[in-house]
Design a protein around this ligand. Structure first.
Ligand code: AMP
Ligand code: MG
Length: 479
C-alpha cells in the first residue's frame, strides 16, 4: 500500500505511563535516501514504488507521520559492563508505531528524555553498520531486528570530529530488553513489572498467556531463546561487542548493533570493542555472559515468581547452549547423528587447530564444504601442515559414519557455511566511500547480506582471507 494508506498502532502505549515517554522526532537537515529494503517493505505491506518517493525520505526523517503515529521513547535500565545503571532508555531511538506486529523505530532521530548527555543522533558509519549487519544476520537465519531504510543528511554531528547524521528506520517484533524489567524491579514498582511481563508474553510468547505459571514459563522461553542465540553467534563467528543487559532481547533477537565483528582468523579470546579492556565481551565469553545476563533478568523477575523456581530453570542453560552448539557445529562439518560423547573432542580439536594456525574462520568452513579427500586447498590455509593433517585424519574417520554421499554433504555444507560474512574491513571500505557520497558499496554488501551462501562471482574479492593489516581490529562504541 501507499504510505498514506498505512495505519500504525501503538500497543506499547497501553502499558503504564512510566514505561515510556511521548516525544517527537527532530528531523535531520537535507535528508536523502541511501538504501531501502524492498523485501522488508513487502512484509510491512508498503509498496516498493513508495520507497523511492520524497515522502518516504520524509517518513524516515520523522517529517511525515502516517495515520496512527504516536511517537515515544521506551524506558529501561541495564547492567553495563557488569554495573547496574538504574535508568537508560531509548536515548536516540524514537518509536513511531507498529505494522503487522513489527514495531518501527527511527534510530538517530534526536534527543529524548532518556538521552542523558547524548545528542540523540547516529552518525553515518554506525548507521550503515546497523543497517547492513542486521540484514546479514537475517540472511544467515539468525534471529535479529531488521531495517527498512537508511537516510543520510547534511546534519552535523560531533564525534571527536564533525560527521554527518543519519537515521535508520529499524523494526522488531519486540523492543523489550532484559533491562526493561530491571528498571521496574529496581524501583520496586511491581504492578508495572507485572504489566510489562503480561505485555511481553502477549507480544513474544502468546501461547503462554493463559498458562497458570506463565511468568515461570516466560523465563523458561527466554532462557531457551538466549541459549539458541548464543550458540548461533558462536557457530557463525559473530561477536556482539556490547552484551549489556539493556542490549539483550527478551525475544531472543540480536539487537543494538554497535562495535560488533565477525571473526577474521579464529581467536577464542578476540575482543572487538575498544572499551572492553578486560574482555568481558570477548568472543569466547559470550555464552557465559548470556548466562550472567539471564541471571540479572531472573532477579528482575523474582518479585513475580519464587527465585528457587527460576534458578532451577536457569540451571538448564549450559546444557541447552551446548546441545544447540553441537548441533550447529555438526551441521557446519556435515556430520550426521552428532553426540557430545562422540564429537565434542573433534570440535575442540578443530578450534584448537584453527586458533594455533590462525586460520580464517569463515574461509575454513567454506573450503571444507568442498572437501573430498584432497587436502590441498585446506593445507594452503595454514603455515604448518601437521596440525591440519592430524585433524583431517580424525575428520576422515568420523565422515565414514555418515550415510549421505560426499556430494550430498557438500550441498548441505555449502548452504550452512556462508561464502560471505560482513567483516569489519569490508564495512570500513564501504563506509569510507559512503562518506564521500558513493553508496554503491552499500548496495553491494546488502546483496551479499541477503544471500550469503550464493557464489556472487562479482564480489569474489570479499570471499577471501582478511588482509593482514585489517585483521581483528577493535572498534569504539562512539557511534
Ligand atoms: P548502546 O550500548 O549503544 O546500546 O547505548 C547505551 C545507551 O546509551 C542507550 O540507552 C542509548 O539509547 C544511549 N545512547 C547511545 N548513544 C546515544 C546518543 N548519541 N544520544 C543519546 N543517547 C545515546
Ligand atoms: Mg543499546
Amino acid at each position: 500500500m501507499k504510505l498514506n494508506a498505512l495505519k500504525l498502532t501503538n500497543p506499547y502505549l497501553e502499558l503504564p505511563s512510566e514505561c515510556y515517554h511521548r516525544t517527537v522526532a527532530s528531523p535531520l537537515v537535507k535528508p536523502h535516501l541511501i538504501h531501502a529494503n524492498e523485501s522488508l517493505a513487502k512484509v510491512l505491506d508498503i509498496d516498493v514504488s513508495e520507497l523511492h518517493t520524497e515522502n518516504f525520505v520524509k517518513f524516515v526523517n520523522g517529517e511525515y507521520a502516517p495515520k496512527g503515529t504516536d511517537s515515544f521513547a521506551m524506558c529501561y535500565a541495564g547492567h553495563q559492563f557488569g554495573h547496574f545503571v538504574p535508568r537508560l532508555g531509548d536515548g536516540r531511538a524514537i518509536n513511531i508505531g507498529t505494522v503487522n506486529g513489527l514495531h518501527m523505530q527511527l534510530k538517530g532521530a534526536g534527543e529524548t528524555k532518556y538521552s542523558r548527555s547524548g545528542d540523540g543522533r547516529a552518525v553515518l558509519r554506525s548507521s550503515i553498520r546497523e543497517y547492513l549487519m542486521s540484514e546479514a544476520m537475517y540472511g544467515l537465519g539468525i534471529e535479529t531486528t531488521r531495517a527498512l531504510a537508511i537516510i543520510g543528511s547534511e546534519h552535523k554531528v560531533y564525534r571527536e570530529q564533525w560527521e554527518k547524521g543519519s537515521i535508520v528506520l529499524r523494526v522488531s517484533p519486540s523492543w523489550v530488553r532484559f533491562g526493561t524489567f530491571e528498571y521496574f524491579a529496581h524501583k520496586k514498582k511491581y504492578a508495572q513489572l507485572e504489566a510489562l511481563a503480561d505485555y511481553a508474553i502477549a507480544e513474544s510468547y502468546p501461547h503462554l498467556m493463559d498458562e497458570p505459571n506463565k511468568y515461570l514459563h516466560f523465563f523458561t522461553e527466554v532462557v531457551g531463546k538466549t541459549a539458541i542465540l548464543m550458540a548461533q553467534w558462536q557457530a557463525v563467528g559473530f561477536q556482539h561487542g556490547v552484551m549489556n543487559t539493556d542490549n539483550m532481547s527478551i525475544h531472543g533477537l540480536t539487537i543494538d548493533y554497535g562495535p560488533y565483528a565477525f571473526l577474521d582468523d579464529y581467536d577464542f579470546e578476540n575482543i572487538c570493542n575498544h572499551t572492553d579492556q578486560n574482555g568481558r565481551y570477548s568472543f569466547g565469553n559470550q555464552p557465559n555472559i548470556g548466562q550472567w545476563n539471564l541471571q540479572a533478568f531472573m532477579v528482575a523477575l523474582s518479585p513475580l515468581v519464587p527465585m528457587e523456581k527460576l534458578e532451577k530453570v536457569l540451571e538448564h542453560y549450559p546444557r541447552l547452549y551446548t546441545q544447540r552448539y553441537l548441533y550447529l557445529m555438526g551441521k557446519k562439518l556435515g556430520l550426521e547423528n552428532v553426540t557430545q560423547e562422540k564429537d565434542l573432542a573433534l570440535f575442540k580439536h578443530l578450534l584448537g587447530m584453527l586458533q594455533g594456525l590462525t586460520i580464517d574462520y569463515t574461509v575454513f568452513f567454506r573450503t571444507l564444504s568442498r572437501y573430498d579427500g584432497d587436502r590441498t586447498a585446506l593445507l594452503k590455509l595454514g603455515l604448518y601442515h601437521t596440525p591440519m593433517n592430524d585433524w583431517l585424519d580424525s575428520y576422515d574417520k568420523r565422515l565414514k559414519e555418515n550415510s549421505i554421499s560426499t556430494e550430498e554433504r557438500h550441498t548441505h555444507m555449502l548452504q550452512t557455511n556462508p561464502k560471505y560474512v560482513l567483516k569489519n574491513y569490508m564495512l570500513q571500505e564501504v563506509i569510507e566511500a559512503a562518506e564521500e557520497g558513493d553508496y554503491t558499496g552499500v548496495d553491494d554488501l546488502f546483496k551479499i547480506a541477503q544471500n550469503p551462501y550464493a557464489e556472487h562471482p562479482e564480489f569474489e574479492k570479499w570471499a577471501g582471507v582478511t588482509p593482514d593489516v585489517f585483521k581483528n581490529e577493535k572498534l569504539s562504541c562512539s557511534s
